[in-house]
Design a protein around this ligand. Structure first.
Ligand SMILES: NC(=O)C1=CN([C@@H]2O[C@H](COP(=O)(O)OP(=O)(O)OC[C@H]3O[C@@H](n4cnc5c(N)ncnc54)[C@H](OP(=O)(O)O)[C@@H]3O)[C@@H](O)[C@H]2O)[C@@H](O)CC1
Ligand SMILES: Nc1ncnc2c1ncn2[C@@H]1O[C@H](COP(=O)(O)OP(=O)(O)OP(=O)(O)O)[C@@H](O)[C@H]1O
Length: 399
């Protein structure tokens, strides 16, 4: 009797295991089918957006201006164009349906890229981030970016700046590793030595616009790209991209984080015409397509993130002190590393890892702004916001 019972239990355990295995396979197949379908649809519509917008990828700023059918709907008589227009509208609305309801889903994805804190890891595993920036005029910006990368959870933050900025930046914080090499004659080789050890690069905060520094930044972007390192480009790095878009065009691990001014400059350089400032979503889609579908974040009252359009409107405050964009780019550098690592490990599926990172960093920056404002009101500074990174991160992604 006992034997029979044992046999019965074994068989039912086996049957249960088989059931779950088959069910899991079925769910995985269904997931793959949905993802493929979604990706096919987005890809097709993206291609159409690219072809029919004025923003074909162009590596040369001297190509002739092209008319933009996206600036307004085509005339009714153009049947095919109307059809394309409707498709494009569907594309935009596909994306913008994520404006409200998708927020929670994206936040869950951000949560899933945050690496667990365990005693099994060694220093460096949660992120070694490099900041390319810091010159005579600007020492605050690279500091804000680098310290934010650490406070978000990166393990090591390197700042590659000019000689005269280095001592100043070191004096702000003993946490940062500061290399005074950006204006040395062999800057590229000096910095390239570090690339194999870096998980993410943030190019631009406090870089300035001197030719030599921009040339160095360009070479470093190219070499990091060749090594498949996620790259966030902000501030003066965007000045470089505006003049030489090919440096980052089409790089899927690249994220651009322009403010409105930087966005307008970049848009006009690529499209050779003023942007339609009444429709930011459309402009973001157009510019993203022209840049080879890389992730773009237009910062503002709401942060608009492509591909597709995701909007981050976590409540911030009315306080707009300088440096908030540096906090954003530094945190994004770390999150981009986490997101791509999670994607490689199969932990996130169905969404571009760069978008997950961008959404995470935007939400965090705005939450820091909100919390700092509650304490300091009008006197809020970026340093106050940096103090809030820990609690804001916990509130958003660890609760
Ligand atoms: N503590 C430090 O070290 C900091 C250093 N920083 C570093 O400074 C460097 C230059 O960066 P940047 O942003 O000041 O330069 P740039 O693009 O020429 O903009 C200048 C003009 O654009 C306008 N404008 C700006 N935003 C706008 C908007 N949203 N919407 C509309 N207009 C807008 C505005 O024009 P205005 O209102 O004055 O007419 C403004 O005067 C860069 O390396 C950066 O990292 C900063 O990070 C801050 C903290
Ligand atoms: N009107 C706004 N309301 C709420 N949040 C905003 C607003 N404008 C910008 N932000 C937030 O502030 C952050 C920085 O954006 P901002 O436009 O100030 O960048 P920036 O000009 O590049 O900054 P920086 O001073 O570092 O150069 C973004 O994360 C964005 O979400």
């Amino acid at each position: 009797m006992e034997k029979l019972m044992e046999q019965f239990l074994e068989q039912s355990a086996q049957a249960e295991e088989n059931f779950y295995r088959v069910e899991e396979q079925r769910l995985q197949a269904e997931d793959r089918r949905r993802e493929a379908e979604h990706a096919r649809e987005l890809h097709m519509l993206q291609m159409l957006a690219q072809v029919f917008s004025s923003g074909r990828p162009s590596s040369s700023s001297s190509s002739p201006p092209k008319p933009s059918p996206l600036a307004r709907p085509p005339h009714r008589s153009s049947g095919f164009r109307c059809q394309v227009w409707r498709l494009l509208e569907r594309y935009y609305s596909l994306g913008s349906s994520s404006l409200g309801g998708m927020d929670d889903d994206v936040v869950s994805l951000v949560k899933s890229i945050v690496p667990p804190l365990t005693s099994k890891k060694h220093k460096g595993q949660d992120g070694r981030i490099g900041i390319i920036g810091g010159c005579k005029d600007y020492t605050g910006a690279p500091y804000f970016a680098a310290i934010s990368a650490l406070k978000v959870g990166g393990d090591l933050s390197h700042v590659f700046c000019t000689k005269d900025a280095a001592t100043v930046i070191k004096s702000y914080s003993p946490e940062l590793i500061v290399h005074p090499v950006l204006d040395s004659p062999n800057a590229v080789e000096e910095i390239e030595k570090w690339l194999p050890r870096l998980h993410g690069l943030v190019v631009g905060p406090g870089l300035g616009r001197e030719d030599f520094l921009l040339k160095t930044a360009k070479a470093l972007i190219e070499r990091s790209r060749a090594r498949d390192i996620p790259i966030v480009i902000d501030a003066d790095g965007l000045w470089l991209v505006t003049h030489q878009p090919a440096v980052i065009q089409g790089y899927q691990k690249g994220i651009l984080t322009p403010n409105f001014m930087e966005f307008t400059r970049l848009f006009e350089a690529l499209h050779h015409e003023p942007m339609n400032s009444s429709d930011h979503q459309r402009s973001v889609m157009q510019l993203s397509a022209a840049m080879g579908n890389l992730t773009l974040v237009l910062k503002g009252e709401q942060d608009l993130i492509s591909d597709g359009i995701y909007s981050c409107s976590v409540e911030g405050s009315g306080r707009r002190c300088g440096g908030q964009g540096d906090l954003l780019s530094g945190s994004m550098g770390v999150m981009a590393h986490w997101a791509h690592a999670a994607s490689t490990a199969g932990l996130i599926r169905g969404m571009n890892p760069s978008v997950v990172a961008a959404f995470g960093a935007c939400s965090l920056t705005r939450q820091c702004n909100n919390q700092a404002f509650q304490r300091h009101g009008r006197s809020t500074t970026t340093s106050d916001m940096i103090q809030e990174i820990g609690p804001a991160f916990r509130k958003l992604f660890e609760s």
